[in-house]
Ligand binder design. Structure first.
Ligand code: FES
Length: 348
């Protein structure tokens, strides 16, 4: 990992300010964040300051960004020195960031580093012709095509010292170069070409369509089964309420009601019913209904039945007749030979 130090004072500009165009752009970036969160725009603003300053960040630019965002200078310096995408010293026309992390190191990054040392000298210095400077950085996320280097904004992969040398020659001469893999592989497919997923039907839609149809059919079947199961469940757990007349005898229309008599032109209430309702003193019992037995008769019959072990022949489905109003209580009417069990005087 390279040293992350500010350029010497002799190389630092005396001042830095965003151009009016970049100031507007910076304001747009800051406005993306809510009030009090303007510090979130620190990286875009540093990036724009580096771009405006010819590809590297002088100290004054770091301080200007801090002032713009209301941040302490040291906090913005921490950000600028942490991320290797910010160059802290002047860079060449082509700034080479060579990945030295394990996958690239395993695939030959060390040879590339030796090559750059040999051609350009120590990292962090601009070549004599002003074309190149280089820096070793950590993983740049293209490990599948290791080893690799980023030159300005583009990635160059599958490098060897020879390929890197030719690439640098072409760049310096202004010839067109190929971005990405330098050995002809597409994206990050295996060296020598793809050896999996080679069936054309995987990509023409036919196979995908067939699988989709099968999934859709399965889903329909599943949905049908679930619907049937839930209907059965509902029927078991949520029976329908019975009809209001369920279990009742069918009611038949009343044939002799006052309303019907009135409708038929008859007198709604029969004269005999009126008479019965008017005379409340007269018994409604039928003439041949036997008179209720007297209390003494009932008591004698009960005692005789008890001795004989038989039941009284008196009707039991009627309330016993009450004694006439003599002023005697129910206790007084009880036989003297039946003392109350809780009375100690009469218990023996
Ligand atoms: S290790 Fe080099 S790109 Fe990831």
């Amino acid at each position: 990992m390279a040293n992350r130090r500010l350029a010497p004072a002799s190389e630092q500009p005396a001042a830095f300010a965003f151009s009016s165009e970049n100031a507007d752009w910076a304001k747009g970036q800051i406005d993306k964040y809510p009030e009090g969160r303007q510090a979130s725009a620190v990286i875009p603003l540093l990036w724009k300051a580096q771009e405006q300053n010819g590809g590297w960040l002088p100290q004054k630019a770091i301080e200007a960004v801090a002032d713009e965002l209301g941040m302490p200078h040291i906090r913005v310096l921490e950000v600028a020195t942490f991320y290797t995408m910010f160059a802290l010293e002047p860079v060449g026309k082509f700034w080479i960031q060579l990945c030295g992390t394990v996958p690239c190191d395993s695939c030959g990054a060390r040879e590339l580093k030796d090559y750059l040392h040999h051609r350009l000298g120590a990292p962090g210095h601009v070549s004599a012709d002003g074309n190149f400077s280089w820096l070793e950085v950590e993983c740049l996320g293209a490990c599948c095509n290791a080893p690799m280097a980023q030159i300005n904004q583009d990635y160059y992969e599958d490098l060897t010292p020879d390929l890197l040398g030719k690439l640098m020659d072409d760049l310096a001469a202004g010839r067109p170069v190929k971005i990405g893999s330098q050995v002809g592989r597409t994206s990050s497919e295996p060296l020598g070409g793809a050896d999996t997923l080679t069936d054309a039907t995987l990509f023409d839609g036919s196979r995908v369509g067939a699988w989709r149809k099968r999934f859709e059919k399965d889903e329909e079947n599943e949905a049908g089964k679930e619907e049937a199961a839930s209907s059965e469940q509902r029927a078991a757990s949520d029976p329908k309420p019975a009809r209001p007349d369920a279990g009742r005898a069918a009611e038949r229309p009343v044939t002799d009601a006052p309303a019907q008599r009135a409708a038929a032109g008859e007198t709604p209430v029969k004269p005999s019913d009126k008479d019965d309702a008017a005379d409340r003193t007269e018994s409604t019992a039928q003439p041949n209904t036997p008179a209720p037995a007297a209390p003494e008769t009932i008591a004698k019959a009960e005692a005789a039945g008890a001795e004989a072990g038989t039941q009284s022949a008196l009707p039991r489905n009627e309330p016993p007749p009450q004694p006439t109003n003599s002023g005697a209580s129910a206790d007084a009417a009880a036989p003297a030979s039946a003392p109350h069990p809780s009375d100690p005087k009469k218990g023996n």
